[in-house]
Design a protein around this ligand. Structure first.
Ligand code: BGC
Length: 440
């Protein structure tokens, strides 16, 4: 039945939901299997063998907490960039003295520095201008740069972008040295008192910031627009020393895809890449839901399905509202009316929509937990020590039930050994982490 038919055809909503549930539910046994596959992919990636995990060296160890002084940090994570000036007290505490946040894309103001027709010089020139505004006149400051994309790292301050993720397309950046681009832009903007010292991934920044005051932190993750995890490798093959490794775990490709995941991947800018990220991260979760609802609409001949061809029609906050919805599901009803123009929804249809969102969010948290379990088993096979996983990002911070589902997933994958593991919110850690990296 094509979209737009005037009369919905009867669709068995409970059969639709139970079919979806069988596709998206990850059992405890599957979690444990995935954790083991993830661990093996880590080992292969570290040894330079074929693996979907890039296992990128960061050239930085966990901080001691004694790092001291003032530094500027740039946090470039997606379409928003933050710059801040921070003071580290050398005793595990950090004070932010100034901060600014700006968008790389603003349709109302008519600019988009993330578009394919924008050259690297323009994007970095814009960032350099913002740095100039926060730098203290007459004071020379080290600068740490959190750049949240996969980079091949050659030294702490030498990182080459492998490829963009999160649908950013600015030209002339892939394959280039990020520090060199920023240094050139700072020179051109006449910002002469700022010295770029470090380029780090946001996961690495989050680990540095959390471990600065809390020594048990040895894994850090971003569960937000994008997804990725890093950990402290006790003996890195490059130097035999402890080093933080950026796994680029969003590219892990051993989770079976459903037809919805395949449809989303094929319609994305980079099909075949970042397969796990496309199942778990905030940018894509709403898109997975959109694909599922389009399928439901097609099966039921619901006219509201027509608008579901539009990318990003559904937003992260819609998912949060639906997940928190109770009773007669008023928020789900509002969502159906306002986003999809569906004003006549039966209680069964609303329940099916809520179930779809819950299944997608639960799968995300459980898959992320499986990767954490894999990393934990790599660093401490018998889980003999305490481990703290520092997590930043909107899903972990704001999505109803998400943090609890990660803990449940860890118990599912690790059983009683999960008692050795806790997760903490490390809010905005990546900016502070860049300041610590600059101070190191
Ligand atoms: C990038 C990672 C980053 C993550 C979270 C992913 O798309 O590949 O480098 O850490 O997003 O921002």
């Amino acid at each position: 039945m094509p979209w737009g038919a005037t009369q919905p055809t009867p669709v068995n909503l409970s059969a639709f939901t139970s079919e979806l549930s069988s596709q998206l539910t990850v059992s405890d046994a599957q979690l444990a299997q995935l954790a083991e596959r993830f661990r093996l992919a880590m080992v292969a990636g570290l040894a330079g063998q074929p693996s979907s995990l890039k296992m990128l060296p960061s050239f930085i160890n966990r901080p001691t907490g004694k790092e001291k002084g003032s530094a500027i940090a740039v946090d470039f994570g997606g379409t928003n960039v933050r710059v801040l000036r921070a003071e580290l007290d050398g005793q595990g505490a950090c004070t932010i003295q100034a901060r600014n946040r700006f968008a790389l894309k603003d349709a109302a103001a008519g600019y988009d520095y993330t578009a394919a027709d924008v050259p690297a010089e323009k994007l970095f020139g814009y960032i350099a201008q913002q740095i100039g505004q926060i730098a203290q006149p007459g004071v020379v400051s080290p600068l740490g740069h959190t750049f949240s994309f996969p980079c091949q790292q050659f030294a702490l301050n030498r990182a080459q972008l492998i490829h963009w993720t999160k649908e950013i397309k600015t030209s002339g950046v892939e394959g280039q040295d990020i520090s060199a681009l920023l240094e050139a832009a700072l020179a051109k903007a006449n910002v002469t008192n700022v010295r770029p010292q470090a380029v780090i991934n946001d996961t690495v920044g989050t680990l540095l910031a959390a471990a600065y005051g809390q020594p048990d932190v040895d894994i850090a993750s971003i569960c937000g627009t994008g997804h990725n995890t890093c950990y402290l490798e006790p003996k890195h093959p490059l130097n035999g020393q402890p080093m933080i490794v950026n796994m680029e775990s969003g590219n892990f490709d051993e989770v079976p895809q459903t037809k919805h995941d395949r449809a989303l991947d094929e319609a994305s800018d980079r099909p075949g890449f970042q397969k796990l990220e496309k199942m778990v991260s905030g940018y894509y979760l709403a898109e997975v839901v959109r694909t599922i609802l389009a399928d439901l609409a097609e099966q039921g001949g619901y006219a509201w399905g027509a608008c579901l061809t539009q990318r990003q029609l559904i937003q992260g906050r819609d998912l949060d509202n639906i997940l928190a919805d109770k009773g007669d599901l008023p928020a789900t009803k509002t969502f159906m009316a306002e986003r999809l123009g569906a004003t006549e929804c039966t209680p069964e249809l609303l329940a099916a929509v809520k179930a779809a969102v819950t299944l997608v969010a639960t799968r995300s948290a459980r898959l992320v937990a499986a990767t954490f379990a894999g990393a934990l088993l790599h660093i401490d096979p018998k889980l003999e020590r305490r481990h703290v996983i520092a997590i930043d990002g909107s899903l972990y911070e704001k999505m109803p039930g998400y943090a609890a589902m990660i803990s449940e997933g860890l118990r599912g994958a690790l059983g009683v050994r999960a008692a050795q593991v806790s997760t903490i919110l490390a809010k905005d850690g990546s900016g502070v982490g860049a300041a610590i990296a600059a101070a190191v």
